[in-house]
Design a protein around this ligand. Structure first.
Ligand code: ADP
Ligand code: MG
Ligand code: ZN
Length: 618
């Protein structure tokens, strides 16, 4: 990055050079023009003849030349002529002519003054100019590039962000998680008294435009504390060592202003996993990250400095950042569901003038997969459309038009999903949930959603274990695989085909099956033999094969067998519960997100005969 010159510097040098050039041009061409008609050079004979004819008023003799003014009042010229050394009688002639004359006494500067003028003054001028320029540069770049080590980190401090939780629509879970931080910032003593440690940092994780930055500002607004924000990419800049210095500075400033919020946006730019893959050049980032880690460990959290960070690539973050005492709280900020979208539309519609009552629910239904930022954009598009139509208030039609304009953009991005695909996704997710619910050892379904995630998932079925368990039995592992295959099994059963939607399921199912065979000793054939070892447990947990190629082939065979069994089991469960599958999928399509309770309620309703014994354990 060192070779990127700030553009301001160029313009400065440019102006400087231009001024110099102009002065030089004036000197060389224009000023002599003024003088030309004032000073006339004549030859010596002319001088003598003018002197003899009494036309000269005053003469000034200097070392090399003679300057004289004529008697003629109308002639404003000053004449000069070279001094002829042979003319010894000049003084006599001048006396004869009776003109005023004298010799210019060459002024001798003192040697000290000479020295100052020729040496000190130019240097002084250069130094002053240089200082002026660097100061201008610094002001424009906002960074003190010339003083290493002490950086003026470009920290944006806002005394009041002007945002509160009211400005953030939906995102109730995130708001709830953050409200504890707000309470801590408002009443730190309450926590100090009891000896409770607040988490030092919370990490907002979610796709772009879902309101992570907005939420961070809202926390500061709710607590009424200063908001320091800096973007991760600004840390890594310019000179080596600057990033680390900035982190140090940031924390120093923050601690002086406590209680306050430090917000590091796009933390993945500095918080990437440290590995050996990069060919050098990673040093700067690693230094910055290390500094951040040690600062987070070093400062006293009870003072009331809360660090928030945001990222949309949590999987790339260094594990060290996520350990307790650092960003140990992870707050998901997901794409809004139907109710959330409606709320966001309403919040933003407050800023535009609406003519009639707008059906925001309809707009929200048409924009599944849109983020908060995109919804804000739709409201703005609607207002623009109204202006284009020459109306002074926004009507329903403007919103419909805006959705269409924006959705054309979405479809390219693949975020908004057609009705037909949505149906497939709904069946897929219900397939997972149904298989899970109808098995003995599966965790209960917590939430099912077909709101697409930017992570690539088009929907998901969340299961939450009832208690905390550290062990996984062979049966549990097998049922997990069956649950994962349930999505595809539902597609096959209902649509008689399969889609690419199961790619993630396939990956996960294979991972579990492979672990069962190769690491967990859960296959009869290999008993308790370790066929794979975990190489870097703390950074990712990659595995390496620890067996012969022949055995590896057998492992693959065994893994495939396991998955096939599980797939068949899932297909069987769905076949038995086909009526419920249709009912639930229809309900999910309508709601987009349903809770585990709703799911179990519908599943529990008396309807098609369920084979006895199957339901016992729900
Ligand atoms: P992120 O940081 O997650 O990428 P931002 O917080 O910058 O997203 O959100 C961008 C804009 O989108 C916000 O300024 C706001 O206008 C709008 N927005 C996003 N989510 C919401 C929300 N939940 N409620 C209201 N406005 C939102
Ligand atoms: Mg942001
Ligand atoms: Zn799936």
């Amino acid at each position: 990055m060192n070779d990127i010159k700030p553009p301001q510097k160029k313009t400065w040098v440019y102006y400087y050079v231009m001024t110099l050039l102009i002065v030089m041009l004036l000197n060389a061409l224009v000023f002599p023009l003024f003088q030309q008609d004032r000073v006339q050079e004549v030859d010596y004979s002319r001088f003598i003849s003018m002197l003899e004819e009494g036309q000269i008023k005053e003469v000034e003799i200097s070392e090399k030349q003679i300057a004289f003014t004529p008697n003629d009042e109308a002639d404003k010229n000053i004449y000069i002529t070279g001094r002829v050394t042979g003319d010894n009688d000049l003084v006599g002639r001048l006396l004869d002519a009776g003109v005023l004359f004298g010799e210019v006494y060459p002024k001798e500067n003192s040697p000290l003054l000479n020295f100052i003028l020729t040496w000190i003054l130019p240097i002084l001028i250069f130094v002053l100019l240089g200082q002026l320029m660097t100061r201008m540069m610094q002001k424009r770049m906002g960074t003190n590039a010339m003083t290493f080590g002490k950086s003026n980190a470009k920290v944006y401090v806002e005394a009041q962000t002007g945002k509160t939780f009211v400005d953030v629509a939906g995102q109730d879970e995130a708001k709830q998680a953050l409200s504890e931080l707000v309470d801590f910032l408002n009443h730190p003593e309450k926590y100090r008294e009891i000896g409770a440690q607040m988490p030092k940092g919370a990490l907002l994780v979610g796709p772009p435009g879902t309101g992570k930055t907005l939420l961070a500002k809202a926390v500061a607004g709710e607590a009424g504390v200063p908001f320091f924000s800096i973007s991760g990419s600004e840390f890594v800049e310019m000179f080596v060592g600057m990033g680390a210095a900035r982190v140090r500075d940031l924390f120093k400033q923050a601690q002086e202003k406590a209680p306050c919020i430090v917000f590091i946006d796009e933390i993945d730019t500095i918080g990437k996993k440290r590995d050996n893959s990069g060919m050098g050049g990673n040093d700067e980032r690693e230094q910055t990250l290390n500094q951040l880690l040690s600062e987070m460990d070093g400062f006293d959290g009870s003072k009331g400095v809360v660090i928030l960070a945001a990222t949309n690539r949590p999987e790339t973050l260094d594990k060290a950042l996520l350990r307790p005492g650092r960003f140990d709280r992870r707050i998901p900020v997901e794409l809004p569901d139907l109710a959330g979208r409606e709320a966001i539309l309403k919040v933003h519609a407050k800023n535009v003038k609406t003519g009639e009552k707008i059906d925001f629910n309809a707009v929200a239904r048409a924009t599944s997969g849109a983020s908060g930022a995109e919804l804000a954009n739709i409201v703005n598009e609607a207002a623009l459309h109204a202006v284009r139509d020459g109306r002074s208030a926004v009507v329903q039609n403007d919103f419909d038009e805006a959705v269409e304009t924006v959705i054309a953009g979405y479809q390219r991005k693949g975020a908004v999903i057609s009705e037909k695909e949505k149906k497939i996704i709904a069946y897929h997710e219900i397939g997972h949930a149904l298989v899970a619910a109808r098995q003995k050892n599966s965790a209960p379904v917590h939430k099912i959603t077909i709101v697409p995630r930017t992570s690539g998932a088009l929907g998901y079925t969340m299961q939450v274990e009832e208690g905390e368990s550290v062990l996984m039995s062979r049966e549990q592992a097998f049922e997990k695989i069956a649950t994962l295959t349930g999505g595809r099994a539902a597609e096959e059963l209902v649509f008689g085909t399969c889609t690419s939607g199961a790619s993630n399921d396939i990956e996960q199912a294979t991972k579990i099956a492979r672990a069962m065979v190769a690491r967990l000793g859960m296959s009869e054939e290999f008993d308790m033999m370790a066929l794979e070892t975990v190489t870097n447990q703390y950074l990712g947990g990659d595995t390496a094969l620890a067996c012969s190629a022949e055995t590896a082939a057998k492992v693959d065979q065994k893994v495939l067998e396991l998955i096939k069994q599980a797939h068949a089991a899932a297909a069987g469960i769905l076949k038995e519960n086909e009526a419920k599958l249709h009912e639930l999928a229809g309900y999910l399509l309508e709601r987009e997100t349903i809770t585990g309770e709703e799911f179990m309620e519908i599943l529990g309703r008396p309807e098609p005969p369920v084979p006895p014994g199957e339901e016992a354990d729900q």
